[in-house]
Structure formats: structure tokens, C-alpha cells
Design a protein around this ligand. Structure first.
Ligand code: ING
Length: 312
């Protein structure tokens, strides 16, 4: 059986200023797709909210002002120039953007797209931060106010003989994300992110932001025998300093390629999809070694008696 490989790229973006016209942003993203394709990539991953500034970092009271950041007619009205480049270069891409539905629902969304159109859509499930402004914080994280909880599950789609799933930013910190994809046979998890260096409400982790970024994705990749492609929006964007660290991570947990800047940067690696199969035949043979019947209600909410603030 001939080996299944594909050359993939994480496309890291530097800041997208609030003042940046949409055509300039698209020109940047198209140029980066060509750079990736020139390096042999046929599959590329852009960051979360790759078309705009990360606007949950500040309070926006006026709904019409807020809606300026959301796409109403994705993909053709939003990323047509990228689709044309994708068709020209035979590339499939994954991209994050803010979505408003015809019914007015708001989501932090990512889609798989090729030159013919949209292949799959995912809406972010794990929304960090708050719904309301935190007056003492040096920057806001208002995703709970600006997005609904994702309602499309964790879809897995066949792309170039690979089974591809999506997650967005904070999703990568939760083991359930990778396991739900792995249980559907996903071999690649695409994860765009916008992650500030400083976390207003837990400053003790500020020295660990980079470490915990890679820790989360490496653990997810290894414990679920999948490739993880993490793509950052990096640098100081509208006053908030964000980490880079875009990386391509193997089912072994090894980082096989990573960004070294906090600007636009293309990170390329050849992905051996059969490594997933080898790990799933041995170390993580779910059928032979895993015992879900003994795990009890692991998906239930934690006991309210626990001393932790519990949602639900
Ligand atoms: N951003 C951050 C992330 O999960 C965060 C929020 C940072 C949560 C650090 C916890 C610790 O990477 C988004 N957009 O989810």
C-alpha cells in the first residue's frame, strides 16, 4: 500500500490592525498561500479570526459596530481571492472567521475550503473569558458575549486522503476536543489561535504561555495519535501582545516544524499520515487497550459540591 503523505503548512499571521482594509488583508493571506504552495504545500491552515483584528479584546456596545467584524456570505463574499489562489495552486485551506447566520446568531467559526467552495464548517465550542467587561483587566476577552457556543459538533472530513478535523484556540486546551476527533478517525487537527502573552486574571501563568500552548497541542497529538497544525495570529495587535509558536506536531508528540517570529510566517512540513495508523495499531489501539465501559460518566459536569466555580 503506497504511503499516504501530504505537505502541509501552518500560516502564521502577524497583527491585523483595526484600520487594515479587507483587500489588504486578503492580499496578505493570498501571498502567504502562494508562499506555502511554492514550498510544496497542498494543505494550509490559517489562524482563528484570520480576516480581522481579534475584536473580543475590547468592549463594543453597538451591535452594528460589532457586526462589521462578522462574515455574512462565507466563502464567496469573504475569501473569494483566496479560493481563486487555492484553485490555481490545487490547495485546500482551513481558515477562521467570525460568522453571523441569516437568523442573526454569532459564532467563532472555521471552515475547510478549496477552489470549488466550502467543504466543512466548525463553530468554536470552548469559549474562554467573559460575557461582560472586566474593568480591572488590561485587555478584555469577551468571546462569551460576542459568540454563541458552537453547535456543529466536531466534524471530520476527507481531504487529500486524510481525515481532517477542526478546533479553535481555547478548544486546544481541552482533551475532549482531540478525543472526539480521534474517535471519528481524524488524522489532522487544524487549530488556529489568538493567544495573549499575558492573561489578565491569572498572571502566574504569563511566564508559561508559550510552554502551555505547545504542551496542549503536543499532548493532544500524542494521546490521540494525530497530527496537529497550530496557526497563530501573533505580535502586538491593537495593543495586545500575542504569542506565535505556530507549529506542526506529529502523532509522536514531536514538534516537526515551528515558527520563530511573531510576524507573517509559513511553517511547512511533510505529514506521514500512516504514522497515525502505526500508533493506533500499537500504543493507542483504542479497541484493544481502551475501556470506555469503565470510565463512568466522564462527560458529566463535575459535582457541584466541588470547591470550584462550575458552569451548568
Ligand atoms: N484565547 C486564549 C487561548 O485559549 C486563554 C485564551 C489564554 C485562555 C491563556 C487560557 C489561558 O489560547 C482564545 N481566543 O481562546
Amino acid at each position: 500500500m503506497n504511503q499516504r503523505t501530504l505537505t502541509a503548512a501552518a500560516i502564521q499571521l502577524g497583527p491585523i490592525p483595526l484600520s487594515a482594509p479587507r483587500n489588504e488583508v486578503l492580499d496578505r493571506l493570498v501571498a502567504l498561500l502562494h508562499t506555502a504552495a511554492d514550498a510544496g504545500a497542498t494543505f494550509v491552515v490559517y489562524p482563528e479570526l484570520a480576516l480581522t483584528s481579534f475584536f473580543p479584546h475590547w468592549r463594543i456596545d453597538d451591535r452594528n459596530e460589532l457586526l462589521q467584524f462578522y462574515e455574512t456570505d462565507f466563502p464567496h463574499g469573504s475569501v473569494a481571492p483566496i479560493m481563486r489562489a487555492a484553485a490555481q495552486r490545487a490547495v485546500t485551506f482551513e481558515i477562521g472567521y467570525a460568522e453571523v447566520t441569516p437568523e442573526g446568531q454569532l459564532f467563532n467559526t472555521a471552515s475547510l475550503v478549496d477552489g470549488t467552495g466550502e467543504l466543512a464548517r466548525y463553530r468554536k465550542v470552548h469559549l474562554p473569558g467573559f460575557a461582560d467587561e472586566q474593568p480591572e483587566a488590561q485587555h478584555q476577552l469577551l468571546e462569551k458575549g460576542y459568540f454563541g457556543v458552537g453547535n456543529l459538533g466536531f466534524p471530520v472530513t476527507e481531504v487529500q486522503r486524510a481525515r481532517v478535523g477542526m478546533a479553535i484556540c481555547n478548544d486546544r486546551r481541552w482533551p475532549e476536543t482531540y478525543r472526539l476527533l480521534a474517535l471519528q478517525g481524524a488524522e489532522i487537527a487544524c487549530i488556529g489561535y489568538n493567544t495573549p502573552v499575558a492573561t489578565p486574571h491569572l498572571p502566574e501563568i504569563d511566564r508559561l504561555t508559550h510552554f502551555q500552548n505547545h504542551l496542549s497541542m503536543q499532548a493532544g497529538a500524542y494521546q490521540n495519535s494525530m497530527w496537529v497544525i497550530g496557526a497563530a495570529k501573533a505580535g502586538v495587535e491593537e495593543g495586545v501582545d500575542q504569542i506565535g509558536g505556530s507549529a506542526i506536531i506529529a502523532p509522536s508528540g514531536e514538534i516537526v516544524a515551528q515558527a520563530h517570529s511573531v510576524e507573517d510566517e509559513v511553517v511547512v512540513a511533510e505529514i506521514d499520515l500512516d504514522m497515525c495508523t502505526r500508533y493506533r495499531a500499537e500504543v493507542f489501539n483504542f479497541l484493544h487497550h481502551r475501556r470506555p465501559e469503565l470510565y463512568g460518566p466522564i462527560s458529566a459536569a463535575m459535582d457541584p459540591a466541588w470547591p470550584y466555580p462550575m458552569a451548568r
